[in-house]
Design a protein around this ligand. Structure first.
Ligand code: SF4
Length: 168
């Protein structure tokens, strides 16, 4: 049985920067929880950041790959450089995935760590940009399929296909 990595805040855990969770409720997630497949990760907490914490964004004009290569920073709205905990948390998430042989992740969209399809532009003005957060990018580079909380059906299809392959 394939396990699946899921952002902790999508499981109802109050770990977001503002101390809140994301409301749960998807049937796919409920089924995975019943099946014992879900492995929760919060990269920002794993990297050592507290709850609550100031919001952070990848600095303007840069992308997650550059952060992972040490060529760009993640900045908190306070002006603090939080690159190190973001990168540490991403590596922790990847280590967790590797320990469990995980090939699929469902991560919180828009987050500078977990966002899979868009992030914010670094000006803290709510402007989205196509791109990924630091953890989502690292997991994808390592070959995981990364989905968002808007793609439960796609994630389920992917996981079912992997299960079917394993059963052959
Ligand atoms: Fe943690 Fe990712 Fe959720 Fe942010 S989006 S609170 S890093 S699990």
């Amino acid at each position: 049985m394939q396990f699946v990595l899921v952002s902790s805040c999508l499981l109802g855990n109050p770990v977001r920067y503002d101390g809140r969770a994301v409301p749960r409720g998807d049937a796919v997630l409920s089924r995975w929880l019943e099946e014992g497949r879900v492995v929760a990760v919060c990269p920002e907490m794993a990297g050592g950041l507290p709850v609550p914490r100031p919001p952070a964004e990848i600095e303007p004009g840069r992308v997650a790959d550059a952060v992972l290569a040490g060529l760009a920073r993640v900045m908190a709205v306070t002006g603090d450089d939080v690159t190190a905990p973001f990168v540490r948390g991403a590596r922790e998430a990847l280590a967790t995935a590797r320990e469990r042989g995980i090939r699929v992740a469902v991560l919180k969209e828009g987050s500078p760590s977990c966002g899979g399809n868009y992030v914010y532009d670094g000006h803290f003005a709510g402007q989205r940009l196509p791109g990924a957060g630091v953890t989502a990018q690292l997991l994808r580079s390592a070959g995981l399929q990364v989905f968002s909380e808007h793609q439960w059906a796609e994630a389920r299809a992917c996981l079912d296909a992997l299960d079917a392959d394993d059963a052959r």
